[in-house]
Design a protein around this ligand. Structure first.
Ligand code: MRU
Length: 355
C-alpha cells in the first residue's frame, strides 16, 4: 500500500495521501475489521474526521490539518489577497478547534499561515500554490523525522527484550514508520529478536485495533495485553523497555500522551524499567512551561459506557473521559528525537536542543 515508503516495509499502511488536490484518509475507526480509504471533500469533513479519530495521532492530525486548510481556501483563489489572508486565518482557527491536546495540529496550521504571511505581495492563487507545496513539505518531512527517531532509538532495543507500548504511535499516527514504533521497525529490520507488548488502550482501543494490527502486518512479534495486565507482565520480567509517543511535551519534559500512559510510567519506575518517549521536534511546546498547562481533551461519555455497539455502563451514569494524561518528567529516561536522545535534566537539555 505504501508505495513511497523508504523503510523497506512494503506493507506499511498509508495513513493519508494527497493526490490531485484530494486528501484521502484511511478511516482508522473501522480498523482492524475493514480497510477503507475515505476521500475528503471539504474542510468541514476534515474537521469531522479529526474529531472522530478517523485520522488520529499527533503528527498525522498535523499533516491532515495542513491539507485540510487547503480545502478551506481553494475556492477563493480569485479573492483580493488581504481578504484571502483573513479567511485563511479563520479557517486555520476552525481546524485547530477539532482537537486541543496534540500540539502538532496547531504547529502545522501556524506554519501554513506563517508561510502565507511571508508572501502577501502575491495573488491569492499564487499563495494557494505555495501553501499546497508547504503542506506536501510537512508531509514529506514527517517521513524523514520518523526515520531519524528510528535510527536514534533502535540501539535501545536488544536481542531477547520485551518492549511495551501504549496507544498507537505507529505508522497509522504518522506518515510512515511512526514515532514509538520507528525504533521497533528498524531494530526488526536489523534482525534484532525482541517482543513487543501492546496495551489495548481503553476506551478506544488504539493499541488493540491499530498498534497490534500494524505491527502484525509488518511481521513483528507482537502480543496484545489489556491495560490492567501491564503490572503483572512487568512483575514477571516480560518487559525490559517502554517506548510511547506523545501529543505535547512541555518545556520541563512533562509529557501528554494517551490516557493510561502515566500509569505505565509509574509502573515502569517501580519495576526499574526505562521509560522512553519518542517524538519529533514539532511535538515539543517550549511555550508551555509545565504539564499542568496542557489542555486535556475530554471526550463523549459514550466512549466509556459502550464497548463498540454494546452498552457496558448503566444509562445515566456519571462518566469522566479524559483522552490524555500527563507523565511527570521525572519518570522519563529520555526523549527519542530525530536529532538524538535527549536525557535529563530536561529543562536545560530541551532548551539547548531547540535553541
Ligand atoms: O487520541 P489519539 O488516538 O489521537 O491519541 C494518540 C496518542 O496518544 C499517540 O500516542 C500520540 O499522538 C503520539 S502519535 C505518534
Amino acid at each position: 500500500m505504501a508505495d513511497n515508503n523508504k523503510s523497506g516495509y512494503s506493507n506499511l499502511v498509508k495513513t493519508l495521501s494527497w493526490e490531485n488536490g484530494v486528501l484521502t484518509l484511511l478511516d482508522q475507526t473501522k480498523l482492524p475489521v475493514e480497510v477503507i480509504n475515505e476521500p475528503q471533500g471539504s474542510i468541514e469533513q476534515v474537521w469531522d474526521s479529526i474529531k472522530k479519530l478517523k485520522v488520529r495521532g499527533a503528527p498525522a492530525i498535523g499533516i491532515a490539518g495542513a491539507y485540510g486548510l487547503l480545502y478551506g481556501v481553494k475556492d477563493i483563489q480569485d479573492m483580493e489577497t488581504s481578504r484571502f489572508m483573513d479567511v485563511l486565518k479563520e479557517k486555520a482557527a476552525y481546524l485547530d478547534s477539532s482537537r486541543p491536546t496534540a500540539v502538532n495540529l496547531s504547529w502545522a496550521l501556524k506554519r501554513m499561515v506563517a508561510k502565507a504571511e511571508t508572501i502577501t505581495d502575491l495573488s491569492a492563487a499564487e499563495i494557494y500554490e505555495v501553501l499546497e507545496k508547504e503542506a506536501i513539505a510537512i508531509h514529506e518531512e514527517d517521513k524523514a523525522l520518523c526515520r531519524g527517531m528510528g535510527e536514534n532509538g533502535k540501539v535501545l532495543i536488544k536481542d531477547g527484550m520485551g518492549v511495551l507500548t501504549h496507544c498507537n504511535a505507529g505508522s497509522l499516527a504518522t506518515s510512515e514508520l511512526g514515532t514509538a514504533t520507528a525504533p521497533m521497525y528498524l531494530a526488526h529490520e536489523d534482525g534484532v529478536k525482541f517482543k513487543v507488548y501492546s496495551d489495548e488502550t481503553r476506551p478506544l482501543l488504539q493499541g488493540a485495533r491499530l498498534t497490534s494490527w500494524e505491527l502484525q502486518q509488518s511481521g513483528l512479534d507482537v502480543t496484545l495485553i489489556c491495560d490492567n495486565m501491564a503490572a503483572f507482565m512487568m512483575s514477571k520480567g516480560f518487559i525490559d523497555l517502554v517506548i510511547v509517543g506523545t501529543d505535547r511535551v512541555a518545556a520541563n519534559g512533562d509529557t501528554a500522551n494517551k490516557i493510561g500512559t502515566m500509569g505505565v510510567a509509574i509502573l515502569a519506575k517501580h519495576f526499574g524499567i526505562p521509560f522512553y518517549v519518542a517524538c519529533p521536534s514539532s511535538t515539543f511546546d517550549l511555550s508551555t512551561e509545565k504539564g499542568d498547562e496542557i489542555v486535556i481533551e475530554e471526550r463523549d461519555a459514550e466512549e466509556v459506557t459502550f464497548f463498540g455497539e454494546r452498552r457496558t455502563g448503566p444509562e445515566g451514569i456519571q462518566v469522566r473521559n479524559p483522552a490524555f494524561d500527563v507523565t511527570p518528567n521525572e519518570l522519563i529516561a529520555g526523549f527519542i528525537t530525530e536529532n538524538g536522545i535527549v536525557r535529563p535534566p530536561f529543562k536545560e537539555n530541551l532548551a539547548k536542543s531547540f535553541k
